[in-house]
Design a protein around this ligand. Sequence first.
Ligand SMILES: [Zn+2]
Length: 584
Amino acid sequence: MSTPAATAAIHYRVEAADLHAHLYRVTLTIAQPAAPQRLSLPVWIPGSYLVREFSRNLQRLAARQDGKPVALRQLDKCNWQAEGVASSPLEVSYEVYAFDNSVRTAWLDTERGFFNGTSLCLRVHGQEKNPHALEIVSPVPAWEAATGLPALKVNKRGFGSYLAADYDELVDCPVEMGRLWSGEFKAGGVPHRFVVAGASASFDGERLLADAQKACEAGIRLWHERKKPPFKSYLFLLNAVADNYGGLEHRNSTALICSRSDLPRRGEVRASEGYTTLLGLISHEYFHTWNVKRLRPAEFTRYDYGAENYTQLLWFFEGFTSYYDDLLLRRCGLIDDATYLRLLTKTANQVLQAPGREVQSVAQASFDAWVKYYRQDENTPNATISYYTKGALVALCFDLTLRREGNTTLDAVMRALRARCKAGPMTEADFAAVLKELGGRSFAREIAAWVHGTRELPLKDLFAAHGVNVNEDPAQLQQRLGLRTAEAGGSVVVKNVLRGGAAEQAGLAAGDEWLGVEVAGQGWRLAKLDDLLLYAGEHRKLTALIARDRRLLRLELTLPAAATTWRLSIGDAARVQAWLAHGA
Ligand SMILES: [Zn+2]
């Protein structure tokens, strides 16, 4: 008897080929192939804007039909053509090397398995709209599996067959396997499940569930007020490791990675800084369920899996999501006003300390994400601006302007945008139209200046209008000198030299080892950057001793007058609360 999964037009069987070699074996059966049949592996995964060439990990590709080998012609780095006939099923088998412990690709060892369909599932050209069945075979008897895909026939541990409506859904539902901690809660009347891999005995799962539930409820309330969210269930896949951080959004799930020490611990009363960061990540990825997975750039109406998908709108989809992630934590009471302002202070200083904000607009930064944001180097702070951090401040500027003028809030704009675009493709013109409609005037000037311009945002005015004080504190020495360093084992290495700063003027460069200084005729070895002030005293003129390419250089450096950074604080508590505590 054949199961429904076996009769699906496209069927993938995923099993471990070798845990120690980190190899999956995939068997793809195409019931009614084309002749010839084209197959390809995506070059990128939606949500992470970099061409990653997943085919680099694919090997031993072979095809068979009626028990006989079928010739496979490789067309380019990620496209193949099976030279078979159309009259009988085509079976394609291959291995995928999986040893990247991130949320974007795939992993397999004796402790854990994880994969995205973009890494493991060849696309069958011409049949993308057909149902795709995924059969997952348990690599280790005690393991469990979890995925957002609809189950077709699975056992208690989650292994068996799942069925995606089409290729897009298949690759939008990552799979986690291993010895998993698992817990559930309801938000907006909908079941939510949290699975955690890699947690230690101190992990307080009940606390994570309770706090995540609050954050999810706040997100649902923002988008739907009292109505239900647009999914039947939601799944958080969290991988706890020694030291990492990140997340990737999907339509009814998210894959997260965090440091083990950031998990809430039993007996801990106050949320640690790391745990607050993790809650922000949870809130962020969950918000994407609406903002980029449903409401999305018009350019993402249909993904092109074979090339870069350009959009100017990441400032909206990543930036506005970044504005709301911590704000929703405040609204549901997981953090207080002072903590919120501390997190916002960090974002503001990150933007204010990046000279690239005068070079690139957030719309340009969005478009260039593929070659700039995702390919950072020593020049990144000088040439680019983050569409996450500045995008969050642009969202804040719109929200505070709308609130000051008294007609509406950004919450109402987000809901109206979702309604106008039918929770689907959106353009900048849609955003402009909704702002005009709800705000009672055109915001073309603000969009031109904040989104497409490089001048400073009117943060100080807007903070003042909402009861927030902007305090100017003395900056760290790095900021004062205009550089960033890495310090370890008594050695100071220059990471970035910031445009227009004292370090650039003196001639320091990224990669330089800063060995020492000469001040008033005395020479000193530098073990850490802050020692500079110990040796310089009141002197502003000094000589930096630098090693570059094994050569020793003496560079004349003038220590600039003290620089400042921002610290936001509560000026008028009632006005701050009116902004932070109330959506509308
Ligand atoms: Zn994001």
